[in-house]
Ligand binder design. Structure first.
Ligand SMILES: [Zn+2]
Length: 263
């Protein structure tokens, strides 16, 4: 038996789960997952994430933030969206502000605008005393500089993609790092090296489902039950028993997100 296991980043509201969401959740339970953090990207999705959490509070928790895609879509209405986000978070029931971040791979808002919109939400996280869930793609230098400026906010770099030296810099700023199926992909040896050096009290695991299914299920729609494959791989590269890594990642998530203790 594994200790309690948590998938700290999934998108249960995604349309790809519309046909069989209840079965996906049931399979997660059957796979030994005791808590899911479902991530709201944008206001409407955040409300949907909270509705899922409210319907199954023993298993599901929710977060909400304006991710770079939502910020891009909001265009000139970003200030109104930010105000609405503040109201939504202020009303309670969310465990984190996120995901929020910088996305330089896709052509979204200009980089300085993305940074400003990220900072506004990090300020919100600090004000509300909530952790932040960070999305970062092709933007580590700007992200590190931004997080360095926004001291006092804690949280996790989700779906971390970077080498050990980059991981070290986030750790030095006090952030947690979360790994998913990308760590299992053959070409990503650099990521396994990074995962191997993260201290046990700073590592989280996630699926980012429906995206990024781990080996040996790569290419399929990902779902929270698949997190065990990432757990196995990470335990192997870290030279840790899977039971111990499960216990650490769960305890880390419980502390970071203020979840009810699971044992
Ligand atoms: Zn995500």
């Amino acid at each position: 038996m594994l200790p309690p296991l948590i998938d700290t980043h999934c998108h249960l509201t995604n349309g790809r789960f519309d046909a069989d969401r209840a079965e996906v959740i049931a399979r997660a339970r059957a796979a030994g997952i005791d808590r899911l953090l479902t991530i709201g990207t944008g206001i409407a999705d955040g409300r949907a994430a909270k509705a899922l959490a409210d319907a199954d509070p023993g298993l599901i928790s929710a977060s909400v933030g304006l991710d770079p895609f939502s910020c891009h879509e909001a265009g000139e209405t970003f200030p109104a969206a930010l105000a609405e986000l503040g109201e939504l978070l202020g009303a309670g029931g969310f465990r984190a502000v996120g995901e929020i971040g910088l996305e330089y791979h896709h052509p979204l808002n200009p980089h300085p605008v993305q940074i400003e919109q990220l900072e506004a939400q990090l300020d919100l996280a600090r004000t509300l005393g909530l952790p932040a869930i960070i999305h970062v793609r092709d933007a580590h230098e700007d992200m590190l500089a931004t997080l360095n400026r926004c001291a006092g906010v804690r949280g996790v770099i989700h779906s971390f993609i970077g080498d050990a030296a980059t991981a070290r810099r986030y750790l030095d700023l006090g952030w947690h790092l979360s790994f998913n199926g990308t760590a299992t992909f053959k070409a990503n040896g650099f990521l396994r090296e990074a995962a191997a050096m993260v201290p046990a009290d700073r590592i989280l695991i996630e699926t980012d489902s429906p995206y990024l299914a781990p080996l040996p299920l790569r290419g399929r729609r990902c779902e929270p039950a698949f997190v065990v494959h990432t757990l196995d791989l990470l335990a192997e590269v870290r030279g840790q028993r899977r039971e111990d890594l499960a216990a650490w990642t769960t305890q880390n998530a419980v502390k970071l997100f203020g979840l009810p203790p699971l044992w």
